[in-house]
Design a binder for this molecule. Structure first.
Ligand SMILES: [Zn+2]
Length: 90
């Protein structure tokens, strides 16, 4: 194989590698975007489940957590509004 042919082949291989590299960069970019979105969603869900936990505690301590009677004492009675709110958020 002539030197010239060898150089040409190496150039071809380099071009193919650059194409591959570009492809991988695009993939990495989209994975990073996806990853950021997933992390965001995860922290939203954590905050949300912590909030529900707090409300459940409040209800167990004898207070309303429903929008109708929020923070008022339940006077030892169960409240269907509160319970359905909790059920909807579990
Ligand atoms: Zn209630």
């Amino acid at each position: 194989m002539s030197l010239r042919n060898e150089i040409w082949e190496i150039e071809e291989a380099l071009g193919a590698l650059q194409d591959k590299l570009r492809e991988l960069r695009i993939k990495v970019d989209s994975l990073e975007v996806q990853n950021a979105r997933l992390l965001e969603r995860l922290s939203d869900e954590n905050i949300r489940s912590e909030g529900v936990e707090e409300l459940t505690k409040l209800y167990d301590e004898g207070y309303h957590i429903c929008s109708t009677y929020f923070a008022q004492s339940r006077n030892g009675e169960e409240c269907l509004f509160c319970q359905s709110f909790l059920k909807g958020n579990m």
